[in-house]
Design a protein around this ligand. Structure first.
Ligand code: GSH
Length: 216
């Protein structure tokens, strides 16, 4: 029995949803609204003391942190593998994934943007500039890694879906939402576009989630 504390637009939750769908695992979604600060409420802090989304619950055991969750799923449900079998290749895939999950995402997380705006008094233009700067820094390196490691122009690494792809697609979705200029990253954007057309990525997409705002 798998349950996922999620939020439709959370890119870290989006990563986990992609992994669950790639592996064909069924799960129950437990949405938490950021607007209503449900991720900071006592009942969720009791689940995940960091108050961050996502958390996975497997038979009563809670696992926070999207990459820890995905590696756990990959070990418990190995096929299809999200990490290669050889140590060197695994390290290369992880280094791509971490360049997004550790070096881009935390700088542009909601609480960081809120802090810049609400506590440090920056206006929205400055906050957007901050966001786009860290996307540009991170994506320049990631573009070069895609050119080095992609085997077919449709996957970040080799010719199969890996943890790197799982991290890339949500970050590109966020970058588009914040109107970042992605024209300098042709390999990375072509890969994201190819992946977004795959059923597992479609099912995991923010606008497909039950807690996403419904179009009238
Ligand atoms: N490193 C964590 C990051 C989790 C995280 O930052 N989640 C965001 C949503 S993408 C969140 O809960 N933000 C709430 C906030 O910033 O208040 C992971 O990969 O799971």
């Amino acid at each position: 029995m798998l349950s996922l504390y999620t939020m439709w637009r959370s890119s870290a939750a989006y990563r986990v949803r992609i992994a669950l769908h790639v592996k064909g695992l069924s799960y129950t979604s437990i949405p938490k609204s950021f607007a209503a600060a449900e991720h900071k409420a006592a009942d969720y802090i009791a689940v995940n003391p960091q108050g961050l989304i996502p958390s996975l619950v497997d038979d009563g055991h809670v696992i926070p942190q999207s990459l820890a969750i995905i590696e756990y799923l990959d070990e418990r449900h190995p096929l299809p593998h999200l990490l290669p079998s050889k140590a060197l290749q695994r390290a290369e895939v992880r280094s791509m994934a971490l360049s997004i999950a550790c070096d881009i995402h935390p700088l542009n997380n909601l609480r960081v943007l809120n802090y810049l705006r609400e506590r440090l008094g920056h206006d929205q233009n400055t906050v957007d500039m901050w966001y786009r700067h860290w996307i540009a820094e991170g994506f320049s390196g990631f573009e070069a890694l895609c050119q080095r490691y992609s085997g077919d122009g449709k996957h970040c690494y080799g010719e199969e879906i890996t943890l790197a792809d799982v991290c890339l697609v949500p970050q590109v979705a966020n970058a588009r939402r914040l109107k970042c200029d992605l024209s300098q990253y042709p390999a990375l954007t072509a890969i994201a576009q190819a992946l977004e057309a795959q059923p597992a990525f479609i099912a995991a997409a923010p606008d497909r989630q039950a807690d996403a705002p419904q179009e009238k």
